[in-house]
Design a protein around this ligand. Structure first.
Ligand code: KG4
Ligand code: ZN
Length: 334
């Protein structure tokens, strides 16, 4: 039993949430739209914006929850992976806040938290289950034996799935972040119109860098013949490119589920907000008689509620962090 304040600052979302006994009471997210004009996240700008926003976002989360700082039992924060400067802002804030209140600190692994976002639900998964975590920085198939016992059984050897969406959007000059833009345009397009090659990587791993290159060459060749090709065919290009990513991801995920003989599957991370992925994942699970778990839309992309949910399990296990803690930018988890 406990009331936790959670802070997320690993990339371009400044977020704070309050949870009581694993129930989300408030979840405030301030997205740094300032990066869009640069076509990607600028790390130094992200750190500065976190500095400007963290106090306001925490104050707002506490106000919305109706809980006073004196009633908090612990402060949770994202330790990594992420951008070092951005992580430092959340980490330093959490350390100071916990020290001032005389309460413990709980460090959270961002990728573990994406998986545990599936527990912000009236019908959470039961263990063991398999989770496909697809974000801007990672693509992983995770075997989840318990809330704190996870094993990566497959992952991308180069770009992440979200990165493939973002880089494709950049090539097509759609702006950043590209995933939601491609998703929206794809809804009016024909996913079978163009065919992009399926990456050929053995086992349960993924590769996405070739896909981006194939789009680049495809557009270069088409534009030589018709300079209006991109403008006129944009919905079909987006639908076909997205379809390739979704079928590739789910094909591997289905293989993994059969290999590990699990009955429950979940998706997580920013790309799990994708409408085609959500629908196709449901369908795949129905076909195989598996239970499907998909976080609510606002818990797919970066948010502090998922950090709080991961911290809730650590709080129950008595896993606290001391004041000497520093962030980590890259680390395979567990
Ligand atoms: O989990 P997240 O918010 O941040 C990281 O931890 O990386 O994921 C961000 C990624 C971006 O690459 C963004 O383009 C992608 O998630 N994304 C989507 C959609 N919404 C966000 N990709 C495809 N379709 C979407 N609807
Ligand atoms: Zn994330």
């Amino acid at each position: 039993m406990g009331t936790l304040l959670a802070i997320e600052s690993s990339c371009d979302e400044t977020s704070a949430a309050v949870l009581t006994d694993g129930q989300v009471i408030s979840n405030v997210i301030s997205s740094q739209l300032e990066h869009s004009k640069y076509g990607g996240v600028i790390p130094e700008l992200a750190s500065r914006l976190h500095q400007q926003k963290v106090v306001l976002v925490v104050r707002e989360a506490l106000e919305q929850s109706g809980i006073s700082p004196a009633d908090l039992d612990a402060v949770a924060f994202t330790r990594g992976p992420g951008l070092m400067g951005a992580l430092l802002v959340g980490t330093c804030f959490a350390k100071a806040y916990a020290l001032g209140l005389g309460i413990p600190l709980i460090e959270v692994n961002h990728m573990q938290a994406h998986v545990l976002a599936n527990f912000i639900s009236p019908q959470p998964p039961t263990f063991p289950f398999l989770c496909l975590t697809v974000s801007g920085g990672h693509t992983q198939i995770v075997l989840v034996r318990g809330p704190l016992g996870m094993e990566v059984v497959g992952e991308s050897i180069d770009d992440a799935a979200g990165e493939a969406f973002d880089k494709a959007a950049k090539i097509m000059e759609l702006g950043y972040p590209g995933g939601p833009k491609i998703d929206r345009l794809a809804q009016q397009g024909d996913p079978k119109r163009f065919s992009f090659p399926k990456p050929n990587i053995p086992g349960l791993n993924f590769s996405f860098s070739g896909l981006k290159t194939s789009l680049l060459y495809f557009l270069r060749d088409q534009l030589k013949q018709d300079e209006n090709f991109l403008q006129e065919q944009m919905p079909d290009i987006c639908a076909s490119f997205q379809h390739r990513i979704v079928t590739y991801l789910l094909g591997r995920f289905e293989e993994a589920a059969k290999k590990f003989d699990v009955r429950e599957l979940a998706i997580a991370g920013g790309v799990s907000a994708n409408s085609e992925l959500r629908a196709a994942f449901q369908k795949m699970c129905e076909k195989n008689g598996w239970r499907a778990h998909i976080p609510k839309f606002e818990f797919c992309t970066d948010n502090a509620a998922m950090i709080g949910m991961a911290a809730h399990f650590k709080f129950l296990a008595g896993e606290f962090t001391d004041q000497t803690v520093t962030p980590f930018a890259r680390e395979r988890f567990l």
